[in-house]
Write a protein that binds this ligand. Structure first.
Ligand SMILES: NC(=O)c1ccc[n+]([C@@H]2O[C@H](COP(=O)([O-])OP(=O)(O)OC[C@H]3O[C@@H](n4cnc5c(N)ncnc54)[C@H](O)[C@@H]3O)[C@@H](O)[C@H]2O)c1
Length: 317
């Protein structure tokens, strides 16, 4: 099979490349190397076809997509810092860019999986979140929600193309996905904490640390995405992909200190000091993964301990 991955030099995209190559598939990627990096794909640079460019370039997208059997649309502008600092560029990539990719897949009649996000659910307090849960988002002036809004519109366009043009699309909503190669530069909490722990520097928690998340190992997420891609009954469906075991951010910091045998201390920065007024956080974000379990028999195999160990090992290299 020939697989076209947008955002293939990114964190999840590069792990998808690895898994597909291992299974003997051919891979081509399109990436503008913004939040992704050439280092993520350095080890496979001679085995994949690399195109540096933008997903908003429709002619380029169609050209690379034409020979593909499967499209995995992973490119996006993400991370709290990216979104707050470059909101217009983020919306443009996440909505306009996705529309370009979806239109090309419709025109060329391709099977496509698109990466959406748990941000779709916003600050819905009714946890765990299943695929039918409501979107509860704040005012547009709170720039953070523009990521959720752009991804929601992307999902809506994808679903409309499925209904009206028979686009063979499946949407996956990824919850906090972590693992080796994820950078802490754009605000991701696990790599940021582990980086500090390894250097025995203070770990800074934004807020009071009682906010919780559920983390999923990238290897588990990759397995879910590739199984979905092989399963035609998933066409037209939306699936949560997430881990199990809710952890507060304070517990996460404690666990990271313990597992990395660090002497780091924990410090707290109020949200108001950590972020501009255009930010607001949600207290919990817990996935209900019943639908994907029932549909393709997937469940995450890794624990938070595995995740921390794998990330720490890679960072120490
Ligand atoms: N990591 C997570 O926890 C998480 C959670 C929810 C959803 N997702 C989604 O999963 C997908 C992959 O995320 P990731 O964690 O690997 O992030 P990432 O930032 O590592 O990957 C995104 C990739 O897209 C590329 N890109 C950005 N704008 C582009 C453009 N205009 N044209 C071409 N390439 C562009 C970046 O350079 C990067 O390589 C994204 O769609 C993201 O929204 C990730």
């Amino acid at each position: 099979m020939r697989v076209f991955i947008t955002g293939g030099a990114g964190f999840i995209g590069s792990h998808l490349c690895d898994a597909l190559l291992k299974d003997g598939h051919k891979v081509s990627i399109l990436d503008n190397i913004s939040t992704g990096s050439r280092a993520n794909i350095a080890h496979i640079k001679d085995e994949i076809e690399i195109h540096q460019g933008d997903i908003r370039d429709a002619a380029l997208v169609e050209k690379i997509m034409a020979p593909a059997d499967l499209v995995l649309h992973m490119a996006a502008a993400l991370g709290v810092n990216t979104i707050l600092e470059n909101p217009i560029e983020s919306v443009s990539t996440n909505f306009t860019g996705s529309e370009v990719v979806l239109n090309a897949a419709t025109k060329l009649n391709k099977r496509i999986i698109i990466a959406s996000t748990s941000e779709i659910y916003g600050k819905n307090p009714n946890q765990p979140l299943n695929e039918e849960s409501d979107r509860v988002v704040g005012a547009p002036q709170k720039i953070r929600w523009t990521y959720s809004d752009a991804k929601a519109l992307e999902e809506a366009i994808a679903h409309a193309l499925f209904l009206t043009k028979q686009l063979k699309v499946t949407t996956v909503r990824l919850f906090n996905t972590v693992g080796p190669r994820q950078t802490g530069r754009y605000g991701m909490v696990v790599p940021r904490f582990i980086q500090s722990a390894i250097k025995n520097e203070p770990i800074t928690i934004y807020g009071d640390g009682t906010q919780s998340r559920v983390f999923c190992h990238v290897q588990d997420a990759v397995k879910a995405i590739l199984t979905i891609a092989k399963t035609d009954s998933t066409i037209g469906q939306v699936y949560n992909i997430g881990g199990v075991g809710e952890t507060t951010i304070k517990q996460l910091a404690d666990k990271i200190i313990e597992r990395t045998k660090s002497t780091s201390t924990i410090t707290y920065t109020p949200y108001e000091d950590a972020y501009p007024s255009t930010f607001e956080d949600m207290q919990r974000r817990v996935p209900d993964i019943t639908k994907i379990k029932n549909s393709i028999g997937w469940a995450p195999a890794n624990t938070l301990d595995n995740i921390i160990d794998d990330v720490a090992l890679e960072m120490k290299k």
